[in-house]
Ligand binder design. Structure first.
Ligand SMILES: NC(=O)c1ccc[n+]([C@@H]2O[C@H](COP(=O)([O-])OP(=O)(O)OC[C@H]3O[C@@H](n4cnc5c(N)ncnc54)[C@H](OP(=O)(O)O)[C@@H]3O)[C@@H](O)[C@H]2O)c1
Length: 267
């Protein structure tokens, strides 16, 4: 039996739907399981008592990364411990591209990868690049101008749909991917200037300090500004521009154009 965590989330729902289309009848692990009918399983990593993975053979663990490091680490530890207890055979974990090591939230991903390697489980690590949708949101025009601190840095952003299809390919055939750490970044690297050209608006790069000041009063949680600034800083520094990796060989179709996906998200 297969189970996908975070099944109501953007990525988890795509993975769950993809496995369902393949006729693999995945279970949907979620804090809101009712929406999945008989396939729903209550799963809240913050409440390890709900983490009953009995009968699950392959677990797609979608990172639950919205939180401080200690919270995220405790969540992932709880679900991996529950997988060990229940005799799950294989965990497919959605991590972060190696190029993302400069990002503030990289540590919790690397901690989780290390926890998996030290576990009794078979595993596959999917090192996901930054979502093209996220880059579109970060570079969305306000008052007819794109004003972000992305500099002239390019990012090998990747459509969530591509990451979901890659996860489906791995989860449907986990034995072929045992012990693999796969790099899943986009086929081309995009810049804020590319987005501006597509949207026919000016791009005025701003400083990190000015952008941070603009986040005040935006209703963000305390951990979010450093996360967002870290993304901008790493993109501007050119750390996330590298393309290539394993995405193309996992997909049975060409990867989505990240610029088009980002533009759609920025509108
Ligand atoms: N690569 C990138 O650019 C990027 C960007 C943002 C985030 N991420 C990471 O990728 C993950 C998936 O992205 P996404 O776009 O699908 O995010 P999303 O739409 O916010 O979905 C995240 C899902 O994680 C689950 N979750 C959160 N807290 C949980 C908890 N305590 N216990 C169990 N499940 C919990 C929830 O599923 P249910 O609602 O079904 O319980 C939630 O819907 C994020 O959680 C984050 O770690 C990656």
């Amino acid at each position: 039996m297969l189970l996908v965590t975070g099944a109501s989330g953007h990525l988890g729902s795509l993975v769950h739907a993809g496995l369902t289309r393949r006729g693999l009848a995945p279970l949907a692990g979620s804090r809101t399981p009712d929406r999945f009918g008989a396939a729903g399983r209550s799963l809240d990593f913050d409440d390890p008592a709900t983490a009953d993975l009995t009968g699950v053979r392959t677990l797609v663990l979608v990172s639950a990364g919205y939180g401080e490091d200690d919270v995220v680490i405790a969540r992932h530890d709880a679900v991996i411990t529950a997988a060990e207890r229940a005799g799950v055979e294989h965990v497919v974990y959605t991590s972060l591209t190696a190029a993302g090591d400069h990002l503030p939230f990289a540590l919790a991903h690397r901690w989780t990868e290390r926890r998996l390697r030290a576990s009794s489980l078979h595993w596959t690590v999917l090192r996901n690049g930054l979502y093209a949708e996220l880059i579109g949101q970060l570079a969305a025009p306000a008052d007819g101008v794109i004003a972000t601190p992305l500099g002239d840095g390019a990012v090998a952003a990747v459509a969530r749909e591509d990451l979901a299809d890659a996860a489906v390919a791995v989860a449907a055939d986990p034995e072929s991917h045992r012990g693999s750490t796969l790099e899943l970044v986009g086929p081309t690297a995009i810049t804020a200037a590319d987005l501006a050209a597509e949207l026919a608006v000016p791009y005025l790069p701003v400083s990190l300090a000015r952008w941070r000041a603009g986040l005040d009063g935006a209703g963000l949680l305390p951990f979010q500004p450093p996360m967002l600034l870290g993304i901008c800083s790493a993109v501007a520094g050119g750390f996330l521009a590298g393309t290539g990796g394993d995405l193309a060989r996992l997909l049975t179709r060409p990867a989505r154009d990240p610029l088009r996906v980002a533009v759609a998200a920025a509108r």
